[in-house]
Design a protein around this ligand. Structure first.
Ligand code: AMP
Length: 333
């Protein structure tokens, strides 16, 4: 049976952090075994925030190296850079003709961005969901692994795909569905500042690329309290967060050891943090070393980007040709 297609993208605007890794990329590595996966670097999307050319280029290279270092295998999945596939922006232009101002203005992500950058409410921000829809449906993706924050954008992609099919009376696009992880794959990585979630914009992230000194510094600064006063006391959120992180990166016996100390009111958070920092470093160091080595190998990265672009273009141009035929863009020569 033909494998179902999965698509996911990430904007090249920063380093991957532990939340991205455990909540998303680690699962992509598993998915590439069972699905026809497309993972792309959304450099055109990131232009909406006007990065400097140098930052944009460096960001693209960094994300590419990070994806591969995390275990996404260019032989198994198609990794490509969005701007290498001009068919995407061509489909975006066509889809824009059937995307309406009202519905775009009502999108939560647009309203949020417009609030965040009031001096730069550009048309690209408004039509962001249209470009995202083009990214997804150009490969006729069946599944998109999305976080809660992206659900509405996926809903818009379904709407545009359905509208196109209906308008032209042809089932060109399958409906992309959200791919949700379950059980132990559904991890939310907490922040070290006592907040519920580690995130780039929360400013509390530990990156995979973080050097050991900086990991230690960030972990040692984690918010704690003066310690439990009763046996088996319930943990307040900042303390629970430390334990949750330990559960993710440390050995079960290490976690048990600190659980026991906590339950017996004998815990020293300093010791726990030292251990947690070392366990994070043990986890991230091999990935960090791979990232560094890949960043020094321009030739390999170029080869991966080129091969990914070719595979993605093959899939994208097949869809675009079908779309053009359907809408009546047909050559006279
Ligand atoms: P972002 O960098 O916030 O755009 O996140 C990209 C993806 O990484 C999200 O859609 C989530 O699937 C995942 N992710 C980000 N932060 C976390 C977190 N703290 N815990 C679990 N998953 C996360």
């Amino acid at each position: 049976m033909r494998k179902q297609t999965v698509l996911s993208g990430i904007r090249p605007t920063g380093y991957l952090h532990l939340g991205n890794y455990f909540g998303a990329v680690r699962n992509f590595v598993k998915m590439q075994e069972d699905y026809n996966c497309f993972f792309f670097i959304a450099d055109i999307h990131s232009l909406t925030t006007h990065p400097t050319p140098e930052n944009l280029q460096a960001g693209v290279k960094q994300v590419l190296a990070e994806y591969i270092a995390c275990g996404i295998d260019p032989e198994k999945a198609t990794i490509y850079i969005q701007s290498d596939v001009p068919e995407v922006t061509e489909l975006y232009t066509i889809l824009n003709m059937n995307a309406y101002l009202g519905e775009l203005e009502r999108t939560t992500s647009f309203k949020e961005k417009a609030r965040q950058q009031p001096d730069n409410v550009n048309a690209g921000l408004l039509t962001y969901p249209v470009l995202m829809a083009a990214d997804i449906i150009i490969h006729k993706a069946n599944f998109v692994p999305v976080g809660k924050d992206q659900e509405q954008n996926l809903e818009m992609a379904r709407k545009f795909a359905k509208r196109f099919n209906r308008m032209y009376g042809k089932k060109v696009f399958p409906m992309p569905r959200p791919y949700t992880f379950d059980g132990k794959d559904m991890i939310k990585v907490p922040g070290l500042d006592g907040s519920g979630k580690m995130g780039k914009s929360e400013g509390n992230a530990i990156n995979l690329f973080e050097d050991p000194k900086s990991v230690r510094k960030k972990v040692m600064r984690a918010v704690t309290d003066s310690g439990p006063t009763e046996m088996n006391q319930k943990k307040p959120e900042p303390i629970q967060n430390l334990f949750t992180l330990m559960e993710i990166v440390s050995k079960p016996e290490t976690l048990n050891h600190f659980e026991e100390l906590y339950n017996n009111c004998k815990i020293g958070y300093g010791d726990m943090k030292k251990q947690l920092a070392e366990d994070i470093i043990s986890y991230t160091s091999p990935i960090r070393e791979k990232i560094i080595s890949l960043l020094g190998n321009n030739e390999y990265l170029a080869k991966v980007a080129k091969a990914g672009a070719e595979k993605a273009r093959e899939s994208a141009s097949a869809t675009l040709n079908e779309v053009k035929e359907v809408v009546g863009i047909r050559k006279l020569y």
